[in-house]
Design a protein around this ligand. Structure first.
Ligand code: APR
Ligand code: PHB
Length: 390
């Protein structure tokens, strides 16, 4: 089987790229190792930048998002008994964010793609990508217990941090920059109305906590926990008691409800350069990982495929390869900005187990500065709401 663009992975990056290309008449095939139910229920991020909303709308995938997404004009920071709201429109040129779960973005894109009869193959696990430096890169994959081959004009690895596409880049070409963090997040979904209208990021000497939401009826919360934490060691009451301690603020109470899901998320930063080798491209988590504190992972994936989709369509319709040749550099500028912002938010808000009281005082000084300086608050607001797409 042959296609113009072979896409590995049906997460947000692969699905949005496929829809973009399909609507432009560029032939593509998506190979996804898991089944549809697994892909659609994976709990991930929940904050969309305006650029991400615009990109979904551009491919006709923002209908439910417009109806059900929650528009947020700010976030609250809490520390040392203080609380400070960072307002987005006044500090970030009118920009705001939308709270809408990644699971819903994926469901919307899958439904549209399948409704169009586009080539989206579940249970199709890519084993290797060969011939990256030839005019005919090839994906070898298994589906239905059989080994299969997909020859392509281009291959795009949208297969996440654990994918196979990166291995198509020769060792001497590929450079990976990474940082591990000495903690993780325990994330929960609870059937209880959010106790706040906007997200609350809490620094506490017991550890970081985040209050987000999925709808007016469902709360999404996170607790900093040690590496290797087993969710089974955290029964409901222990979770709620710890969240109470970390969010503590006079006159504010955290509502409790049944916890319907709990999982531990690792924290890491990672960037692979370049994001292209020959006719093989990387997009989204396949190329870069950010700690979730800055809510950048989904938005970076979308930005990559907006740039790549534009470049592939230009090349197929005009023969010009200028945008394709610039893809990696164009995306990496934005990626490194988001990497720094995510690192800065993470180290400002989390309690390092090996940290000293001096480190804690530095964190408090950073948070005080955001509350006291419109310039410092604007830097957070502009990065959080996202820089305009290239
Ligand atoms: N063959 C086929 N599919 C694969 C393979 C493989 N060898 N390896 C991984 N996949 C699939 C995964 O099952 C997953 O559906 O690739 C997809 C990668 O999707 P994501 O990990 O969601 O990555 P991406 O689309 O870049 O979206 C980034 O997702 O993980 C979050 O925090 C991240 O919000 C960010 C967003
Ligand atoms: C979420 O709602 O899942 C979420 C929100 C903000 C973050 C991380 C996760 O920084």
């Amino acid at each position: 089987m042959h296609t113009t663009v072979g896409i590995i992975g049906a997460g947000p990056a692969g699905l949005l790229l496929a829809r973009t290309l399909h609507r432009a008449g560029v032939d593509c095939v998506v190979l996804e190792s898991r089944d549809r139910a697994h892909v659609e229920r994976r709990q991930r991020a929940g904050v969309l930048e305006q650029s991400t909303v615009d990109a979904l709308r551009a491919v006709g995938a923002a209908g439910r998002l417009d109806r059900e997404g929650l528009v947020h004009d700010g976030v609250e920071l809490r520390w040392e008994g203080r609380a400070h709201r960072v307002d987005f429109p006044s500090l970030a040129n009118g920009r705001r964010v939308r709270v809408y779960a990644q699971t819903e973005v994926v469901k919307d894109l899958v439904a549209l793609h399948l409704a169009d009869g586009a080539a989206l193959r579940f249970g199709a696990e890519a084993r290797s990508v060969d011939g990256a430096d030839t005019g005919r890169p090839t994906i070898r994959y298994t589906q239905g217990g059989r080994d299969r081959t997909l020859t392509c004009d281009y291959v795009v690895g949208c297969d996440g941090f654990h994918g196979v596409a990166r291995a198509a880049f020769p060792e001497g070409i590929r450079r990976t920059y990474a940082r591990a963090y000495p903690y993780a997040w325990l994330g929960i979904l609870a059937d209880v109305a959010p106790s706040c209208d906007e997200l609350v990021y809490a620094h506490s000497r017991r550890g970081f906590a985040l209050h987000s939401m999925r709808s007016p009826e469902v709360s999404r919360l996170y607790l900093q926990v040690p590496h290797g934490t087993d969710p089974a060691d955290w029964p409901d009451e222990r979770i709620w008691d710890e969240l109470d301690a970390r969010f503590a603020r006079d006159g504010w109470e955290l509502a409790r409800g049944p916890i319907t899901s709990r999982s531990v998320l690792p924290m890491r930063s990672s960037v692979t350069e370049p994001m292209r080798y020959g006719r093989v491209f990387l997009a989204g988590d396949a190329a870069h990982i950010v700690p979730p504190t800055g809510a950048k992972g989904l938005n970076l994936a979308v930005a990559d495929v907006v740039v790549l989709g534009r470049a592939l369509i230009r090349h197929r319709t005009t023969g010009a390869s200028d945008l394709l040749d610039a893809y990696s550099d164009t995306c990496l500028r934005r990626v490194w900005r988001a990497e720094h912002f995510s690192y800065a938010m993470t180290t400002m808000l989390h309690t390092d187990p090996a940290g000293s009281p001096f480190d804690t005082r530095l964190q408090i000084a950073q948070l005080d500065r955001i509350a006291d300086s419109p310039h410092a608050a604007a830097e957070l607001a502009v990065n959080y709401t996202g820089l305009p797409l290239p």
